[in-house]
Design a protein around this ligand. Structure first.
Ligand code: NAD
Length: 249
């Protein structure tokens, strides 16, 4: 695993699940890390906690400015904040469609827009360090039932990743995404808790995984760290599946 000593990273949605595991891993490997989240209270020191809402451009800009000021710049953006939605196209109304797109897609666009000037400076000062990793999902391409809205947002994140990779490769900024399968995070915990029999629901979910278990947040964090590190220096515009073989089914 790569050494992140001297690198500066911003992780959105870093107070829980995949973002929390990623922020911790990057910090453990030497990065200075800022966490942007709606509720960053439970993030441990010495990570910088930034309260912001990715649907609010002003709050994103203020948080990114604070992160870059406190860390002395930014080399890495992990664009991870996201929310779920269940149902077919008949189950979610326009307000829900707009909101989930606002968080999952525009949230990443706003954060990238605010971070790019800093990443550009990092790429010039230290070629090979600047990277963006977007948390996408196998839902982007898998055609999952009961996930029309969520899948559409992740399809957009996938296309955005490819387009941004093309736009920024000559500036020395790499852009990739990870496609987790069902990852064992508080989000999935909330979904299971809402079921009639959470234990039976968990067992059914695990049985659907080729590996017989859910993906761990740490395993997704490992893939994000790889794509954020110079170890993947020749890789841009790719999606790395972390799905326990789900896509191979
Ligand atoms: P989680 O709910 O555990 O964590 C998400 C974090 O994002 C929370 O801390 C939350 O406060 C933050 N957040 C939500 N809306 C925000 C907003 N408007 N502004 C700022 N922060 C906000 O979820 P997770 O499972 O860790 O998911 C993280 C990412 O991984 C999401 O993009 C999700 O789509 C993706 N993903 C998750 C799974 C899974 O099975 N858990 C699978 C594929 C992709």
């Amino acid at each position: 695993m790569s050494d992140f000593t001297g690198l500066r990273a911003l992780v959105t949605g870093g107070a829980s699940g995949i973002g929390w595991a990623t922020a911790g891993l990057l910090a453990e490997r030497g990065a200075r890390v800022a966490v942007l989240d709606l509720d960053p209270a439970r993030v441990d020191e010495p990570l910088l906690k930034l309260r912001a809402d990715v649907t609010d451009d002003a709050s994103v800009r203020a948080a990114v400015t604070e992160a870059a000021g406190a860390l002395g710049g930014l080399d890495i953006l992990v664009n991870n904040a996201g929310i779920g939605a269940q149902g077919t196209v008949e189950d979610n109304d326009d307000t829900e469609w707009r909101h989930v797109f606002d968080v999952n897609v525009l949230g990443m666009v706003r954060t990238a827009r605010a971070c790019l000037p800093h990443l550009r400076r990092a790429a010039t000062a230290r070629p090979g360090t600047a990277a963006i990793v977007n948390t996408c999902s196998i839902a982007a391409t898998a055609g999952l039932p009961q996930r029309a809205l969520y899948s559409a947002t992740k399809g957009a994140v996938y296309s955005l990743t490819l387009a941004m990779a093309a736009d920024h490769v000559r500036e020395g900024i790499r852009v990739n995404c990870v496609n987790p399968g069902t990852a064992d995070t508080p989000w999935i915990g909330r979904l299971l808790d809402a079921a009639e029999d959470p234990a039976a629901e968990r067992a059914a979910l695990e049985a659907r995984q080729p590996t017989g278990r859910l993906v761990s947040a740490a395993e997704v964090a490992g893939a994000i760290a790889y794509l954020a590190s110079p170890l993947s220096g020749a890789t841009t515009g790719t999606a790395l599946a972390v799905d326990g073989g789900m896509q191979g089914l």
